[in-house]
Design a protein around this ligand. Structure first.
Ligand SMILES: [Zn+2]
Ligand SMILES: [Zn+2]
Length: 322
C-alpha cells in the first residue's frame, strides 16, 4: 500500500506526498505552498504529478528544485499539455551563470498528456533549461516503475486538470501447503512467467522434474493491488463525474477536492470547482473505501467552517468521519 502524508496544512495550498515501505524515493502530487515539506522530502522526490498549474498547485515547484539541484538524477514531472513550458518558465526566472552541467546535476523529464491520451515527453537540463523533445511515451501509463503504475483522466476546470490513479503492481504468492514440490529458485521464475502470462514456459524444478507454468498455476495466488487516487479541481458536471467514477472505481484511498460548501454552489459553478455534496456523491458512486476531502477555499478560514464542510461531505458520502 501507499504511505500518504499531506505536506500542506488545511489553511495552505495543496501538496500530497506518498511513498512505499522499503522504498527510498518519495512522490508528490502537486506543489502548492506546503509548510510541512522538508529539505529531505524535496531531495528524495522522484516524480511530481501535477494536476494543473494554477498558482495554488504549482507555486512551490521552484522551492523543490532549490533542494534538488545536485541530486544527480532525472526527476519526472507529469501534467497536461503546457506543463513543460510552465516548468521551463519557472526555471528561467533565475540566473544560473554559476551552475555547470555535470553528473551530479538534476534533470527533469516532463510528460504531457493530451485529450487523446497521447503522452509526449520533454527533457530539460541545467544550465540552459532548453526543452528537448523526447517523443511519445509508448504506454497507457504516464508513469510506471517496479512498484506502481499511474493512470489518469482529464477533467474540465475551465482548463484541463489531470486526475491520477496510483496502483501497486500486481504480485503473486505461492500456496506451498498444497504444492508437491519443494521450494526453490524456480518459484521466482514461475512468478515472473505467471505475471507475463507465459503459460507454456517450462519451469525446471529439480534435476528430474520440469513442469509447464499452466500446470503450476493452482499453487499461485494473486494478491490484491492497492489503489490511491488524487482528484483535484474539477467543475461539478456529469461529464467530470463519469470520468472520476470510471478512473476511481473501488479505490482504497481517495484524496478529493472539496473546495466549496453546497451552500456556495453558485460560486462553485462560476469558478468551475466542486462542492461538498457533489464530491461526496461522486466518491460514493466510485465505491471509494476511504475518502480524504482536501483543498478548501480560503473563504472558509475558520476551523468551524471547515468542519461544517467535512460534516456535509460525510453526510452525503454515507459514512462516519475517520
Ligand atoms: Zn484550479
Ligand atoms: Zn486549486
Amino acid at each position: 500500500m501507499f504511505i500518504t502524508e499531506l505536506k500542506s496544512l488545511p489553511t495552505e495550498d495543496i501538496c500530497l506526498q506518498f511513498g512505499l515501505a522499503n522504498h527510498s524515493f518519495k512522490y508528490l502530487c502537486d506543489c502548492g505552498f506546503a509548510s510541512q515539506l522538508t529539505v529531505a522530502d524535496c531531495r528524495d522526490t522522484n516524480a511530481i504529478f501535477v494536476s494543473h498549474t494554477h498558482i495554488d498547485h504549482f507555486i512551490n515547484f521552484n522551492g523543490i528544485v532549490r533542494h534538488q539541484l545536485a541530486i544527480g538524477r532525472r526527476v519526472i514531472v507529469t501534467g497536461t499539455v503546457g506543463v513543460a513550458k510552465n516548468v521551463q518558465a519557472q526555471l528561467l526566472s533565475f540566473n544560473w551563470n554559476l551552475l555547470k552541467y555535470d553528473d551530479q546535476a538534476v534533470s527533469y523529464e516532463i510528460r504531457e498528456i493530451d485529450e487523446a491520451g497521447k503522452i509526449n515527453r520533454f527533457l530539460i537540463e541545467t544550465p540552459k533549461w532548453e526543452l528537448q523533445d523526447l517523443g511519445e511515451l509508448p504506454s497507457a501509463y504516464i508513469y510506471e516503475n517496479e512498484l506502481f503504475k499511474v493512470r489518469c483522466a482529464l477533467l474540465d476546470h475551465g482548463i484541463k486538470t489531470v486526475a491520477y490513479l496510483f496502483e501497486t503492481q500486481e504480485k503473486v504468492s505461492m500456496q506451498m501447503e498444497n504444492c508437491p514440490h519443494k521450494a526453490g529458485r524456480w518459484i521466482n521464475e514461475l512468478k515472473t512467467a505467471f505475471l507475463t502470462q507465459d503459460w507454456g514456459k517450462e519451469i525446471v524444478i529439480d534435476a528430474n522434474t520440469t513442469r509447464k507454468v499452466s500446470e503450476l498455476t493452482p499453487f499461485i495466488q494473486r494478491e490484491p493491488t492497492y489503489k490511491m487516487a488524487y482528484v483535484m479541481d474539477f467543475a461539478a458536471t456529469e461529464a467530470n463525474r463519469e470520468k472520476i467514477v470510471e478512473l476511481c472505481a473501488d479505490v482504497d484511498e481517495l484524496f478529493m477536492e472539496c473546495y466549496y460548501s453546497s451552500e456556495d454552489m453558485e460560486m462553485a459553478v462560476k469558478n468551475k470547482h466542486s462542492y461538498a455534496s457533489f464530491s461526496a456523491q461522486t466518491a460514493k458512486l466510485a465505491r471509494a473505501k476511504r475518502v480524504i476531502p482536501v483543498h478548501f477555499s480560503r473563504r472558509y478560514h475558520e476551523e468551524a467552517q471547515k468542519q461544517l464542510i467535512l460534516n456535509e461531505f460525510f453526510a452525503h458520502f454515507g459514512e462516519n468521519q475517520p
